[in-house]
Design a protein around this ligand. Structure first.
Ligand SMILES: [Zn+2]
Length: 156
């Protein structure tokens, strides 16, 4: 399998106003990912968010919701769940809670201020760990498997 270079951007058209928006970098990664469960994206002319079905890729003329459906038709219910926002939120909450409890036990006898700072820090650190686990253990490997590419920006 030869490795194609990953495109830097792609253009989609907002059907209601007919204008095109170029996406690159992280927004491009998100919009190109059929497993990202994106519901809305930005039109740069209207300067607002609209449902994915209101947009089509400028190069293929395929609506973005059809593109999502086509590239995820082989995904199992379990794979969809493990990439969903619901699972992501649950994972973040679980890591936040575990980290906070762990840190709190270390400072349980300290002043209220110290404990408050440690609880806030624990929630933030836990959420960051949870996000990293979600992306590297679930979202990324599953989208690669379902879509059959190393990077969803390669999909057309
Ligand atoms: Zn528009």
């Amino acid at each position: 399998m030869t490795e194609q270079p990953v495109p830097e951007s792609r253009t989609y058209r907002h059907l209601k106003c007919g204008n095109e928006t170029v996406v690159s970098d992280q927004p491009f990664e998100l919009v190109s990912n059929p497993m990202s469960s994106m519901e809305e994206t930005q039109c740069s002319t209207c300067n607002a968010m609209f449902p994915m079905s209101d947009f089509e890729w400028a190069d293929t003329g395929e609506s973005i919701s059809d593109y999502y459906a086509r590239h995820t038709k082989n995904a199992t219910g379990r794979q969809r769940f493990l990439c969903s926002k619901k699972f992501m939120v649950g994972l973040l909450a679980m890591f936040s809670l575990m980290t906070t409890v762990g840190i709190y036990l270390l400072v349980a006898n300290d002043a209220l201020f110290t404990r408050a700072i440690c609880v806030l820090g624990g929630l933030m650190i836990g959420a960051m760990i949870g996000m990293a686990v979600f992306v590297s253990c679930f979202a990324n490997p599953i989208k690669r498997k379902v879509c059959g590419v190393s990077d969803t920006r390669l999909l057309t």
